[in-house]
Design a protein around this ligand. Structure first.
Ligand SMILES: [Fe+2]
Ligand SMILES: [Fe+2]
Length: 433
């Protein structure tokens, strides 16, 4: 060969090498972009494999993710390996240790037969003509592996090829590690959510158990606290409150009489109208209830206040503090109505339950004096919805019984009551004499 010809061949080689480098760097840049793209993980891995194979002209290969719980390499993407290539490849402890020690460097499969992994899958790798395996070791952790077949040219892998493969492997391993981290975060947040739900359930169960314990003490008003809880819940819903607030209203109702646990049983169960001394004793239950509930960290802050002020009236004639309308916490006004309604609609030792129409007249007459009109309206609306069939729930029917709910003209008297109600109490209205 003449010197001139030699120089031309040399120049062609340099140009080819330059093209190869530009091409490979293009593929690397694309791979980096693909991995940084937070789209579909499976798609990212498939594209990454395509780029690795394409940039070096490799016939076939695959990318696997390592599961350290199952000790398996699970194939995420394969190309040209045939249908019989296993989707999972098992690893033993020794394989795992060796791959970790090897780090992110390509292993020539034909020279690695000392490892159990390559002995077990010897036939598979031979049939698919796989030549290289790159353990994806990222920050001292094996996250997966890339397996590669022969190059289209039939030439062996050069050290330059191997460097490119390592660089690309680092990107792919990074994507898998990131995905693993995300999965772990999701798992933990899922665990936290379940834990919270469990706690929430435990709290609600405890509240209901308490309500049942309070009701147990009073044989004449069996189920009173539970019913007051349910009525308070209905009122909260009708006022358009959110799920948490409605639940808070229910809890306040369930626990409003918790102070009665310390009142003597004979006073609570007296089959006659109690005397002044006994009455004074009984009337301590709101303050005692507040003392019992205050140290407890409730998810709904108003629960102790509901216990303390559920016997207050808008006109200031209630107890224990004789508060006026706007001084009374809203939740206590709700529980007060629920409590009074239940007292009127259940039998007591010294009197029978009152007829429905009489109860509604009473509530209407006393709204603005004892009860907040907008709360009475909300309560009436809730009942009317059930009577009209607007609400499919049969809550009132369950709480009050068929006889009460089928009182003649009940819907009409409820409508009339609603139409005749003031939107709010005179006391609440600002600027009204
Ligand atoms: Fe009470
Ligand atoms: Fe009560």
């Amino acid at each position: 060969m003449k010197i001139q010809d030699f120089r031309q061949v040399n120049l062609r080689e340099v140009a080819e090498n330059k093209n190869k480098i530009v091409h490979t760097f293009g593929a690397l840049a694309e791979l980096g972009y693909e991995v940084a793209n937070k789209g579909n993980f499976q798609e990212t891995i498939r594209t990454s494999l395509h780029l690795v194979l394409g940039s070096l002209g490799i016939m076939r290969g695959g990318v696997a993710r390592y599961s350290r719980f199952e000790h398996e390499l699970n194939m995420l993407a394969v190309r040209g390996l045939g249908e019989n290539f296993p989707l999972s490849l098992s690893l033993c402890y020794e394989d795992e240790r060796q791959f970790l020690t090897n780090g992110l460097h390509p292993i020539e499969i034909c020279k690695a037969s000392v490892l159990p992994f390559f002995q077990v899958y010897d036939r598979t790798f031979e049939t698919t003509r796989l030549q290289l395996m790159l353990p994806l070791v990222i920050r001292d952790e094996t996250v997966g592996a890339v397996v590669l077949g022969e190059k289209a040219t039939g030439e062996p892998y050069t050290s330059y090829d191997k460097e490119i493969i390592c660089a690309m492997g680092r990107h792919i391993g990074g994507a898998i590690a990131q995905r693993n981290m995300l999965a772990e975060l999701e798992r933990r947040s899922d665990e936290n959510r379940k834990l919270y739900e469990n706690l929430h359930m435990t709290y609600n169960d405890t509240v209901q158990a308490f309500a049942a314990a309070i009701d147990c003490k009073d044989k004449y008003t069996e189920g009173h606290s539970v019913r007051v809880g349910k009525y308070s819940e209905i009122i909260g819903t009708e006022l358009g409150w959110g799920e948490d607030e409605v639940e808070g209203a229910a809890v306040a109702g369930y626990l409003h009489d918790v102070g009665k646990l310390t009142v003597e049983r004979k006073i609570i169960n007296a089959p006659y109208r109690i005397n002044a001394k006994e009455s004074a004793e009984l009337n301590k239950h709101p303050a005692i209830g507040f003392e019992i509930l205050s140290p407890i960290h409730h998810p709904y802050t108003d629960v102790p206040l509901a216990a303390k002020y559920h016997h207050e009236r808008l006109d200031g004639h209630g107890y224990p503090d004789g508060l006026y309308d706007r001084q009374i916490p809203y939740i206590a006004k709700i529980v007060n109505l629920a409590d009074s309604f239940d007292a009127m609609t259940t039998d007591r030792p010294y009197r029978r339950r009152r007829p429905a129409n009489e109860v509604f007249e009473d509530l209407q007459r006393n709204s603005g004096k004892q009860f907040a009109p907008e709360i009475v309206s909300a309560f009436f609306r809730g009942m009317l919805k059930e009577l009209n069939g607007e609400s499919k729930k049969k809550e009132f029917r369950k709480l009050l019984g068929r006889e009460f709910m089928e009182t003649e003209g009940l819907a009409i008297s409820l409508k009339n009551a609603l139409n005749g109600m003031m939107p709010t109490s005179k006391l609440t209205m600002i600027g009204l004499d």
